[in-house]
Write a protein that binds this ligand. Structure first.
Ligand code: FE2
Ligand code: FE2
Length: 321
């Protein structure tokens, strides 16, 4: 159940806020450095992850791209920024601390909403404690009943007429797996949140790290409870679902009784890779409302190695349910 103490406040915001909103969507920054790590400090799955990072670090997730990204966001100046997980490589406490130090350069906690990815919950059970270092960027505007007994998720942030609903599919998984799951408790809370925010007439954007539809990543990287997730969305509705994890761009649709919901995957915003579609990009969604209908335009900005900065790549409109 949602704590309704702030219901009046939400209603006031709906009436007074303008009917437009821009949201930058960044994914899979993997921005931390493991240079100072010694292998004996690592156990189990993290050793494999560390070896993979050493092998790929010269071609992917470059710091100068992240600096360029921050500069570009100062120019494009979205109303809000979301990062849909995988800010670290191995989810080590020192990486959480490094990200926590960097986050203010992206924006203030009320302007930036983060959810974790599988790399942020890489191994062991201690990751949730580390997650608290990012609390100002993870937590909800209001206290939900679920937060009293569980964790930060689902989170709810309301900006004007837009509800940002953050989920955590981050779970430690066995070596060579990168699966995720939401769990029954989170899905039940999501059901309530979608109903409540839908009843208030808010445009609902659901943030999740793992792609919630089949065919975007292989079974070793999938969301294991994608079917119950889709059932909740079909039952309560949502207007837009955003994810990361695949490191490639994608636009799909989730079929529901109330219409097709766009499901947009952003590639890594820090990766430099010659493979098609795997160079650093991020999306900006511009939402505007005319009468009762919302319109959505999506702009893609990609990193140009030649120019050493992000540039506009394309723009398209997406149909909302
Ligand atoms: Fe990733
Ligand atoms: Fe991931």
């Amino acid at each position: 159940m949602v704590d309704v103490k702030t219901e009046g406040e939400v209603e006031t915001k709906i009436e007074t806020e303008p009917c437009s909103f821009s949201l930058a969507h960044l994914a899979d920054l993997h921005l931390t450095s493991l240079d100072s790590i010694k292998i004996p400090q690592l156990f189990n799955k993290r050793i494999l992850g560390y070896c993979s990072w050493r092998r790929k670090r010269r071609i992917v997730h470059r710091r100068e791209i992240i600096d360029s990204l921050v500069e570009d966001l100062r120019v494009t100046c979205p109303d809000h920024i979301t990062v849909t997980g995988d800010l670290t490589h191995l989810g080590l406490p020192m990486e959480y601390a490094e990200v926590a130090k960097w986050l203010p350069s992206l924006g203030a906690p009320n302007q930036v909403t983060i959810i974790p990815g599988n790399h942020d919950a890489y191994a062991g059970k201690s990751w949730f404690k580390s997650c608290a270092m990012w609390a100002p960027y993870l937590e909800s505007d209001i206290v939900l009943d679920t937060h009293r007994t569980a964790d930060f998720f689902p989170s709810l942030r309301i900006r004007g007429q837009v509800a940002l609903i953050g989920l955590s599919s981050a779970r430690p998984s066995p070596p060579l797996f990168a699966t995720g799951a939401l769990g029954q408790k989170q899905l039940a809370a999501l059901d309530t949140l979608l109903e409540t925010t839908g009843d208030k007439g808010l445009l609902r954007i659901v943030l999740i790290h793992h792609p919630p539809l089949p065919g975007i990543v292989n079974w070793r990287k999938c969301l294991t409870d994608s079917k119950p997730f889709a059932a909740v969305i079909a039952k309560r509705g949502a207007e837009l679902v955003l994810h990361g994890h695949a490191h490639t761009p994608s636009i799909a649709e989730l079929q529901t009784p109330s219409g097709m919901i766009p499901v947009v995957g952003a590639p890594s915003a820090s990766e430099l890779n010659q493979q098609a579609g795997r160079s650093a990009k991020y999306n900006i969604y511009r939402l505007s409302k005319t009468g009762k209908a919302w319109q959505l335009t999506m702009s893609i900005r990609g990193y140009s190695e030649e120019q050493g900065c992000f540039i506009s790549e394309s723009e398209r409109s997406l149909k909302l349910p």
